[in-house]
Structures are given as structure tokens and as C-alpha cells.
Design a binder for this molecule. Structure first.
Ligand code: ATP
Ligand code: CA
Length: 190
């Protein structure tokens, strides 16, 4: 089976405007702004908290495009400091397939355990992606994703700049964990 590894860093930040400027000065181009709503499921007999896995149904509605996606996230692997590495399998499907697959999972005993929304600005640079995220009820975050481990020096350069200017801290937690722990996330924008 083909497995995709996701390599990413998440930072809590103070000021999205500062992060925007740093991204742009490092060759990132703004692509789109999206409202993402994620629904995470619990397995009927396997504890995803213990196994550090996740099953997620996502809607992403952007200014320029939209999609429905279903993802499996595997357990975090040991990465260099701050870098999260995990298997990510994702399919993008149409709305009917997305809704039907949710019904199939629910009939099989999977239970929705959390639903929350964030506003996401998407940025792109060669072999790198970044998102500037507003997690409603919680705060601002920046994520940077690498296609290849070889670009880690470029990433560190960018992160150094962010850290000096607007970062609060590097976050090892997923948004799901942040939402479950704080209890402050919201399923939609009011
Ligand atoms: P977690 O806290 O578990 O990381 P998350 O909500 O950040 O949760 P991800 O799967 O990391 O979930 O979401 C980031 C997604 O956004 C990835 O699939 C990534 O490839 C995609 N992405 C990031 N930047 C862009 C971009 N510029 N264009 C399109 N997709 C992007
Ligand atoms: Ca992420």
C-alpha cells in the first residue's frame, strides 16, 4: 500500500499580520481563504487516543474552491524537534460520497466525538505549504508542511523568523487534542 507521510510544524502565534509578512518575505504566495469544518470519529473498539490515530471527515469551503475529504491519520513518529511526522491517507470525494461514507461508518459503530471549525488561509511555496489558522474560540496558529525532509533547513530559517517575531510556542498537539483539552472550540462560526 502506498503511504504518504505528512511532515509539518505547528506554532501558536500572536499576530497573524506579522506571520503573513514573514511568509511573503520567504517566497510564500497567498492562495485562498477557507472555512474548514472537521468531524472526528471514535472507533467502536479501538481507542484512537491510545493508538494516536484519527479518522476525520472534513468540509473545506474556500473563496476559489471547495472540497469534501476523508482522512486517516497515523501515530506521530519521532521527528527532529518540532517537526511532526505521521502517515496521512486522504481521499477527496463529492458531497454524496462524503455523506454516505459517514452514514456507513456510523452504522458500523463509529461515533462522532468532536466537530469544530477554523478559518484557514492557504499559502504555497516550492515544495512547501503553509496555513494561517484561526481556531475559533482558541486562537491563531501557523502550520508549515514540507514535501521532503531535505527542505528542513529552509523551514528552520522561516521558523526562526516567526519565532523571533510572533510565535508563542511550537505545538505538538493536533487541533483535535487542543479542542478536546480546552473545550473551547466551536462547530461553526456564529
Ligand atoms: P492537525 O492538528 O491534526 O494537523 P489539521 O486540521 O491541521 O489537523 P491537516 O491534515 O494537517 O489537519 O490539514 C492541513 C491540510 O491542508 C493538509 O492536507 C495540507 O496538505 C493542506 N494544505 C496546506 N496548505 C495548503 C495549500 N496551500 N493548498 C492546499 N492545501 C493545503
Ligand atoms: Ca496540521
Amino acid at each position: 500500500m502506498h503511504e504518504e507521510k505528512e511532515l509539518e510544524v505547528k506554532l501558536a502565534i500572536r499576530d497573524p499580520e506579522v506571520a503573513r509578512r514573514v511568509l511573503t518575505s520567504h517566497g510564500f504566495e497567498y492562495e485562498d481563504t477557507c472555512l474548514e469544518v472537521d468531524i472526528y470519529y471514535a472507533h467502536p473498539c479501538r481507542d484512537f487516543v491510545k493508538t494516536d490515530e484519527a479518522l476525520r471527515f472534513r468540509t473545506r469551503k474556500c473563496n476559489a474552491s471547495s472540497h469534501y475529504a476523508v482522512s486517516y491519520k497515523g501515530p506521530r513518529e519521532r521527528g527532529i524537534t518540532g517537526l511532526k511526522i505521521r502517515t496521512e491517507l486522504e481521499i477527496v470525494v463529492d458531497e454524496l460520497a462524503w455523506t454516505t461514507l459517514r452514514s456507513i461508518m456510523e452504522k458500523l459503530g463509529f461515533k462522532p466525538i468532536a466537530e469544530f471549525a477554523k478559518m484557514r488561509e492557504l499559502y504555497k511555496a516550492p515544495r512547501m505549504k503553509a496555513t494561517l489558522d484561526t481556531l475559533f474560540g482558541v486562537g491563531f496558529f501557523l502550520e508549515v508542511e514540507l514535501d521532503r525532509m531535505e527542505d528542513v533547513t529552509k523551514l528552520n530559517d522561516l521558523l526562526g523568523k516567526i519565532e523571533r517575531n510572533t510565535a508563542i510556542s511550537t505545538i505538538d498537539k493536533t487541533y483535535l487534542e487542543i479542542c478536546l483539552e480546552t473545550g473551547k472550540c466551536r462547530p461553526r462560526v456564529e
